[in-house]
Design a protein around this ligand. Structure first.
Ligand code: EPU
Length: 469
């Protein structure tokens, strides 16, 4: 039987059955005639409509990927992880775990059981590691547990050089010897506690070193650790498995290592980037949409920035937000602003392209500065094909926005997604554009958004997935 997380993909659109609350109202998603290779899909969007309704938010991609890597720490029992989104990056991570000898069972509805009590290899499948940045995270648990690992350089979105120096220097501080991509414990057994200051609060390096230190012998102190909610979520998972971590969610972690962690049940947090993407979908179409489940404190800067452009955001109940830009159509349009991406709690780089798409439709100019990744502006060229007026100077983009209240800023065209978030931005822009927009490179979007177009369709968007002939 082909498990949904194996590589024989049964359906190009949805691998899990759609959640019942979504399936009930969702218009039927057209079944594609052939090719299940997402490289040959395009999204066709007829823009100009409004959205309404509710978006069910999936579990966090970046949390789920880290927690699945963290399952490798659990030599003392299996883990059950809930809320794993049905996306191609998660499938790649499952393939990585299996290549190491872990047993992974997909139980439906985003629940995975991972039994890594017996590992058979310290060298994950290189072709899978090259697909996702999170493939490199397994280095920490493997060296700490097995005394060595050989991990290929990771893939992920092409948004900058994305070096791994902090991972390797951090592991050296915990007693590892690095020979090219072969990392060994100097004592031949496992890692030892140590101190390490991250020059930059890298999410992946923080996570990798936290996992390694959780299994090292003795106490480790990690400083300038990333404070992203996904890093704290991984810490909570490790603690549930018996790790001793103090300072969760802060810049300094004090970790008293344990040679063996046990199994646990764990549910990953809702995806704040997916939430932000759908909030922008409501704003760019001047609509009113509710979303749940969300953790509002993870969204503070996103709510601030959307409020600053003129949206109304209200909490409608426990974990439910409503975003309204509907009044912007009646009187007074949304307005431009200045934003700069920064490590959490600053504005997330993973929402920069989507916000840039929104700002092209707002009245007045905006400035968008990308400070996290040096090459995350691929979407600008494509937004320009839709008529967006954007100038890029280094890592800053000057967005001119619309000039009069009535003119439509964007008009449909053929565009190509070059990375995950840039791809989502193009779909959002297409929904605001006059006429038809075709987005190719959809496999990038499928890396990180579960049922993306089905969720948009459910809100009333005119969007379909077609095979490119
Ligand atoms: N960096 C270094 N050296 C290192 C590691 C990172 O210089 O050893 C630099 C990077 O080059 C970059 C900056 O640090 O300029 C930030 O990178 P970071 O390591 O924090 O990012 P990451 O761990 O590779 C994760 C997410 C990204 C998200 C970033 C920033 C996962 C799997 N990926 O990447 O998610 O953009 O943190 O928040 O957790 C996405 O979901 O679209 C995505 C790209």
């Amino acid at each position: 039987m082909a498990l949904p997380f194996s590589h024989s993909i049964p359906s190009p659109v949805s691998l899990h059955p759609m959640p019942s609350h979504l399936a009930a109202d969702a218009p039927a998603v057209p079944v594609l005639p052939r090719s299940t290779d997402h490289h040959h899909h395009k999204l066709v969007i007829s823009g100009g409509g409004h959205l309404s309704g509710h978006v069910p938010i999936s579990g966090s991609k970046n949390s789920a990927l880290a927690v699945l890597a963290g399952a490798l720490c659990c030599s003392g029992g299996a883990v059950e992880v809930r809320g794993v989104p049905d996306i191609s990056d998660a499938r790649a991570m499952v393939a990585i775990l299996r290549s190491l000898g872990a047993q992974v069972q997909e139980r439906g509805g985003g629940e995975l059981a991972v039994d890594s009590t017996a590992l058979s290899s310290a060298e994950p499948a290189a072709d899978e590691v090259r697909k996702i940045r999170a493939g490199f995270f397994v280095l920490g648990p493997l060296v700490a547990r097995l005394g060595e690992a050989a991990v290929a350089l990771p893939g992920g979105c092409s948004i900058g050089a994305r070096p791994v120096d902090l991972y390797l220097r951090g592991l050296s501080a915990l007693g590892a010897v690095v020979e090219l991509m072969h990392v060994k414990a100097a004592n031949g057994r496992g890692l030892t506690g140590g101190r390490f200051h991250l020059d930059y609060p890298s999410v992946g390096a923080s996570e990798t070193l936290m996992m390694a230190a959780s299994m090292a012998e003795g106490v480790s102190v990690l400083t300038n650790v990333a404070q992203e909610p996904e890093v704290a979520d991984l810490a909570r998972f490790l603690v549930a498995c018996g790790a001793q971590i103090k300072g969760v969610g802060t810049r300094t972690l004090v970790i008293d290592g344990r040679r063996s962690l046990h199994g646990a049940q764990f549910t990953v947090i809702p995806d704040r980037i997916e939430t932000g993407t759908f909030m922008v979908a409501a704003a760019i179409t001047r609509s009113c949409v509710s979303l749940s489940p969300v953790i509002p404190c993870h969204l503070t800067i996103i709510i601030d920035k959307l409020s600053a452009v003129g949206c109304r955001i209200s909490q409608k109940g426990d974990g439910i937000l409503e975003v309204s830009a509907a009044t912007a159509t009646a009187g007074g349009d949304l307005r431009g602003l200045y934003l700069k991406t920064l490590p959490y709690p600053g504005f997330p780089t993973d929402l920069q392209p989507q916000f840039m798409a929104l700002l092209t439709t707002c009245g007045g100019p905006s400035i968008v500065e990308e400070s996290v990744f040096e090459n995350r502006m691929h979407h600008v060229k494509e937004l320009q094909k839709l008529g967006a007026r954007i100038e890029v100077h280094g890592r800053s983009a000057f967005v001119k926005g619309r000039t009069t209240q009535r003119n439509v800023a964007l008009s449909g065209s053929k565009v190509e997604a070059a990375d995950l978030r840039g791809g989502a931005a193009l779909v959002l822009a297409g929904m605001a554009a006059r006429g038809v927009t075709e987005v190719v490179g959809v496999h990038h979007i499928d890396r990180g958004y579960e049922n993306f177009e089905a969720k948009l369709l459910n809100l009333g968007a005119d969007i379909s997935r077609e095979v490119i002939c």
